[in-house]
Design a protein around this ligand. Structure first.
Ligand code: ADP
Ligand code: GLC
Length: 483
């Protein structure tokens, strides 16, 4: 099996802002089970360093204009070797990976991720004194976009795969920053890293990688349209023969109510009644009336346009009049945070809003809710609906991207066939969301139907096996294309 260098900007449990970290924390483990020699590489951010105190320095790199060292350890809880690119000036600072503590992008992000790309390139080529050289480099999102671009300049190079987790984030910077990044001048231009006069990191992946994929088949189609292609649809169509969609898997070691260490009471389809203890805890914790029969809707996620928070806000005046409870955990755009908190203050019996980030509460919301709402405007894959299925927490989702590919609507036919797993709605906007929630409440009021929906969801298997084999095949294709 080919040696794979897996380059990524976040990985669970070391550092996480969203689903990318879950992906990076679980696919390499599944690849290892398929006997790939896979090495993870990510920047040594401050919170990561704090968890890597015992890791050792295995290489020192002289990169263009600067130095970096490589720390080596195992990704906690796994046997996957993980390399940290330690460059204190760029990564050892307070705040998040991409933004400062107040949520503003770091002004030197281009320099930070260019340095990371230079280091990854050296590791991939085996130019670090470590006795290891990659056959394939698997890059993820714009933060690693320069890696395929840099490698394209090498005569004897590994094959490259670029995975798009979210095309909306492109790593766009003023063109004036290009010279400071120590990139070959030949990479500049319309057929290179330039995008309407700006420097685009993601184009590095889209143009130079041997293979490209996204995280669901439907999203792979959607990014060829002007609505979700963000001006890159032409380029993606041009590369259509090399673009595919592979659904994300779930790490059921972490996200399974039968063994989840963070929830109040474990349960499975065999002892579903124990789910009630989780609901009771959630209601108490959120100071909501503790009632078993009132439907409780959970929501966890980044509070940004993508996630349809504006649609939720548009529907809230009607939602709070319905017999339901809503628990929301998230952080993101300030106006969304403020508006949601405002509603929660006005309707404390209906709505509980938690601004912030909590792995524990996220698990407890999955376990304690009856339904899980994801009204996303677009969703490359989405992991929370997959978790919800396993937790018997019926997803209510918009028909887009990975949501469309993984949740089967409770239409009369699907219910009759015992295949329905959730409530799916198509239109954007508050009215459609409200209609979907009303449908869910109707179904909930009929316990046998609801139970069938829960159980059908819990039976779904989104473990990584199948998808990891697809990645493995894609690596082979990339290697063959390289030859
Ligand atoms: P995205 O990657 O677009 O944010 P996904 O559905 O793929 O969306 O993954 C989101 C992941 O991040 C899930 O594991 C979810 O539980 C987690 N998450 C998002 N926001 C929070 C939060 N505020 N607290 C805890 N976990 C969160
Ligand atoms: C992105 C997408 C999300 C996907 C995740 C992991 O953050 O927004 O839909 O599940 O990446 O691939």
């Amino acid at each position: 099996m080919p040696k794979v260098l897996f380059a990524v900007s976040e990985v669970h449990p070391l550092i996480k802002t969203g689903g990318l970290a879950d992906f990076a924390g679980s696919l390499p483990v599944a690849l290892q089970e398929l006997r790939h020699d896979v090495r993870l590489v990510l920047p040594a951010y401050r919170p990561v360093l704090a968890q890597a105190r015992a890791w050792r320095v295995v290489a020192r790199l002289e990169l263009p204009g600067q130095q970096a060292s490589i720390l080596e350890g195992a990704l906690p809880g796994t046997r996957v070797t993980c390399w940290l690119v330690h460059a204190p000036k760029w990564f050892d600072r307070p705040g998040g990976p991409y933004t400062d503590a107040s949520g503003h992008d770091w002004p030197d992000n281009a320099a930070r991720y260019a340095l990371f790309a230079h280091a990854v390139t050296r590791l991939a080529l085996g130019q670090t004194g470590l006795n290891w050289r990659a056959r394939v480099v698997h890059c993820n999102d714009w933060q690693t976009g320069l890696v395929p671009a840099l490698l394209s300049r090498e005569a004897d190079r590994p094959a490259t795969l670029f995975t798009i987790h979210n095309l909306a984030y492109q790593g766009l910077f003023p063109a004036a920053q290009f010279p400071a990044l120590h990139l070959p001048a030949a990479l500049w231009g319309h057929d290179g890293l330039e995008f309407h006069g700006q420097l685009s990191f993601i184009k590095g992946g889209l143009i130079y990688a041997d293979r490209i994929n996204t995280v669901s088949p439907t999203y792979a189609e959607e990014i060829t349209t002007s609505a979700l292609g963000y001006g890159l649809e032409g380029l993606i169509k041009h590369r259509a023969a090399h673009v595919s969609g592979i659904l994300n898997g779930v790490d059921y070691r972490v996200w399974d109510p039968a063994r989840d260490l963070l929830i109040i009471r474990n349960y499975s389809s065999a002892d579903l009644a124990h789910k009630a203890a989780n609901k009771q805890w959630l209601q108490q914790h959120c100071a909501l009336p503790v009632q078993e029969r009132i439907p409780l809707i959970g929501m966890v996620g980044r509070l940004v346009e993508q996630k349809g928070i504006d649609m939720l806000l548009a529907a809230l005046p009607q939602l709070v009049q319905l017999p339901l409870q809503l628990v929301l955990l998230g952080s993101g755009a300030r106006p969304f945070e403020d508006a949601l908190q405002d509603w929660a203050r006005r309707y404390p019996q209906r709505l509980s809003v938690h601004i912030g980030y909590s792995e524990e509460l996220a698990h407890r919301i999955e376990a304690g809710s009856d339904m899980f709402l994801m009204p996303s405007r677009f969703e490359p894959c989405g992991l929370n609906q997959l978790y919800s299925l396993r937790y018997g927490t019926v997803p209510i989702v918009r028909r887009t991207g990975g949501l469309a590919d993984t949740v089967l609507d409770a239409s009369a036919d699907h219910l009759k066939q015992g295949r329905a797993t959730g409530i799916v709605f198509s239109e954007e906007g508050g009215a459609a969301l409200l209609h979907a929630v009303r449908r869910a409440l109707d179904l909930f009021s009929h316990p046998p139907t609801w139970r069938a929906l829960m159980l059908a969801g819990m039976r779904q298997d989104y473990s990584w096996g199948t998808s990891a084999r697809r990645y493995s095949a894609l690596y082979q294709q990339a290697i063959a294309a390289r030859r």
